[in-house]
Design a protein around this ligand. Structure first.
Ligand SMILES: [Cu+2]
Length: 141
């Protein structure tokens, strides 16, 4: 309790844990509905943004040093709004950077921050913590 917490070690552990979770997930039979949660950085089903009043919206929970869902699917040519909700144990994930959009925002626990953009072409819009350790992406179809 007295000693300082080694943040770097915790983060490393989380990255490792999510990698293990990702491989565990890959062994599960597909076709099961996982919902919007439980996806990992490089695997898992993408969460399809829901359109409301012409805006494609999705909410990403920042918790336990990861983004859930980490993959969001949108359609090109329509406004996108990704809301990040601050949860517990966010670590450096609290600062979210959309490099290609030149947008960086920090979310506090219990609060939200939103990123808005309109993708003009298909591809991937990546986001990550400012150290590029915790990652996610918006897949534009
Ligand atoms: Cu980081």
């Amino acid at each position: 309790m007295k000693h300082k917490i080694n943040v770097q070690a915790i983060l490393g552990g989380l990255v490792l844990a999510s990698t293990l979770a990702a491989s565990a997930y890959a062994f599960q039979p597909s076709g099961q509905t996982e919902g919007c949660c439980g996806s990992s950085p490089s695997s898992g089903k993408p969460h399809v943004a829901q359109e409301s009043k012409g805006v494609q919206k999705a909410t990403v929970l920042v918790q336990d040093g990861k983004y859930t869902p980490s993959t969001i699917e949108v359609k090109k040519g329509k406004p996108v709004q990704i809301t990040f909700k601050g949860g517990k144990k966010m670590g450096c994930g609290a600062t979210i950077e959309f490099k290609s959009l030149k947008q960086t925002k920090t979310v506090k626990e219990g609060k939200t921050v939103a990123f808005s953009f309109t993708p003009s072409s298909a591809g991937e819009v990546k986001f990550a913590c400012s150290m590029d350790m915790i990652r996610g992406k918006v897949v534009v179809k």
